[in-house]
Design a protein around this ligand. Structure first.
Ligand code: ADP
Ligand code: GLC
Length: 487
């Protein structure tokens, strides 16, 4: 089966969050299922420089105000996944973040940058590459949203679908909203600016284009698939999504075991596995020494690896930090984002230098090291479509504390007495988004940590779970097959 993924991030070349991990790992997993899975991405410098065996396969005339567009094709490093790259002078060749400038302001021409991504993706489905044409076009998040409008426009024009289509919602809160005034530049039928189309409260939403026009919708956990059909989590799309509920399915993300595996991880101090855990203590001790934290093992070391954004509920951690310190706990944080949160965590680490270490920035290797070295990973998100760090935590025997929402609810089982009794507990889950509930979950973590035999049992269970992509990839594959056989 020939599948084209449309997205803006791809691990290890370009990543700002979990999207990159998923687009790469899912494509690889599909290749392992003997699919011909390829990806199309904008020509950001990371892709132009990082994709291997890159060949120019098409030169296109002016589109979207860009005089020449070169389409390259190559492969993702250390992988069999093919990658199309759209090289459009002036549009993508900017250093740094793919979506915003150095001041954190979204690029004013983002609509053009991501419209072109969707436009060329649809053209590939129409046969732009003489040697390869996808049967399924699978877009991710708002960046890929317009793909589905272009596919629909082609279908209306020719009376034939160029390909079947799937749109995955990784985060409904990012909607790719632009003023109506840019509509003329999109090269779409005027009738598409409609409530039954990509109009959203008088504006244009690229996300809505995906939600409305794709044949099937998926999101990254079963619970989030339900949450987004109602109220606040619907972010204004709850009506549309509940209308399309028979086309919407939640497929839980997996993790790439070649990248996240404590038994083979070359960047951690000492490898370990659920059969032989001594390496984990070696990692913890050396991290404490390296960071100038008190070297101790009688209380847990907590870790956070996160975008510092409202979504992630980090104010609960800030509020509870004095209590955590009073109980003897320590915290290692790696993150970047909201300058106010960056400053708040920096200043906490200055107040408690022996107990808190904060690194502001983005550091893939350090993320592995601190997750491997810690006992508990904190993921108190207000909402979380899936969440990957709690999965990384469990895989490395670092038990998660999570808010009972979205993918966190689907992946972590609380250490209640009954769950401990059945041997199915894997972390600490709190229901209400409040400091009181978060505090109680932290205290359960401290209490269990004192009961070492019990702690080890939970750790072993958490580490032994199958979070690989094998099962999710099969679910996507059978969804594609459904579409493909649907005539
Ligand atoms: P989201 O995509 O909403 O940010 P996820 O939990 O799905 O949340 O994925 C986050 C991904 O980004 C994980 O792979 C995590 O390890 C990584 N990550 C987040 N912040 C950093 C950082 N500062 N440095 C390195 N990796 C980070
Ligand atoms: C989004 C979500 C996160 C999810 C990731 C990958 O960034 O916020 O919950 O894990 O996409 O699907």
């Amino acid at each position: 089966m020939k599948i084209l993924h449309v997205c803006s991030e791809l691990y290890p070349l370009l990543k700002t969050g979990g999207l990159a991990d998923v687009t790469a790992a899912l494509s690889n997993a599909l290749v392992n299922l003997k699919c011909d899975a390829r990806v199309i991405v904008p020509g950001f410098p990371a892709f132009m420089n990082g994709v291997t065996n890159k060949k120019l396969i098409q030169v296109m005339p002016e589109e979207f105000g860009v005089s020449i567009i070169n389409l390259y094709y190559g492969t993702l490093p250390n992988s069999k996944v093919g990658v199309y790259i759209i090289d459009a002078k002036g549009l993508y060749d900017r250093s740094g973040n793919p979506y915003q400038d150095n001041q954190g302001i979204a690029y004013a021409d983002n609509y053009r940058r991501f419209a072109l991504l969707g436009y060329i993706a649809a053209k590939l489905a129409e046969g732009l590459d003489n040697e390869w044409k996808p049967q399924i076009v699978h877009g991710h998040d708002w960046h890929a949203g317009l793909t589905f409008a272009y596919l629909k426009a082609h279908e209306i024009q020719t009376g034939k679908k160029a390909a079947r289509s799937v749109f995955t919602i990784h985060n409904l809160a990012y909607q790719g909203t632009f003023p109506k005034s840019i509509f003329d530049e999109l090269n779409l039928p005027i009738s598409f600016f409609d409530i039954n189309g990509l109009e959203f409260y008088g504006n244009i939403s690229f996300l809505k284009s995906g939600l409305f026009f794709a044949d099937k919708l998926t999101t990254v956990s079963p619970t989030y698939a339900i949450e987004i059909q109602h109220g606040e989590q619907g972010c204004g799309f709850d009506g549309l999504l509940s209308k399309r509920k028979h086309d919407l399915v939640g497929i839980l993300n997996g993790i790439d075991k070649d990248v996240w595996n404590p038994a083979t991880d070359i960047v951690i101090d000492k490898k370990f596995s659920h059969r032989s855990m001594s390496g984990k203590l070696t990692c913890k001790t050396s991290l404490q020494k390296q960071l100038g934290l008190t070297v101790q093992n009688d209380v847990p070391l907590f870790v956070v690896v996160s975008r510092l954004a409202e979504q992630k509920g980090l104010n609960l951690i800030l509020d509870e930090m004095p209590n955590l310190i009073k109980l003897g706990g320590q915290l290692v944080l790696l993150g970047s984002g909201d300058p106010k949160l960056e400053e708040a965590f920096r200043s906490l680490s200055k107040t408690y230098p022996k107990s808190i270490s904060v690194k502001i920035g983005y550091d893939e290797e350090y993320a592995h090291q601190i997750i491997a070295s810690s006992d508990v990973i904190l993921v108190p998100s207000r909402y979380e479509p899936c969440g990957l760090t709690q999965l990384y935590g469990m895989t490395y025997g670092t038990l998660p504390v999570v808010h009972n929402v979205g993918g966190l609810a689907d992946t972590v089982v609380d250490c209640s007495l009954e769950n401990l009794d059945t041997g199915k507990a894997s972390g600490f889950v709190f229901d209400q988004f409040s400091t009181t509930a978060f505090n109680a979950a932290l205290r359960r973590a401290f209490a269990l940590y004192k009961r070492r035999a019990e702690w080890k049992r939970v750790q072993k269970y958490a580490m032994g779970q199958d979070f690989s992509w094998d099962n999710p990839a099969l679910q996507y594959f059978s969804l594609y097959k459904q579409l493909f056989t649907a005539g």
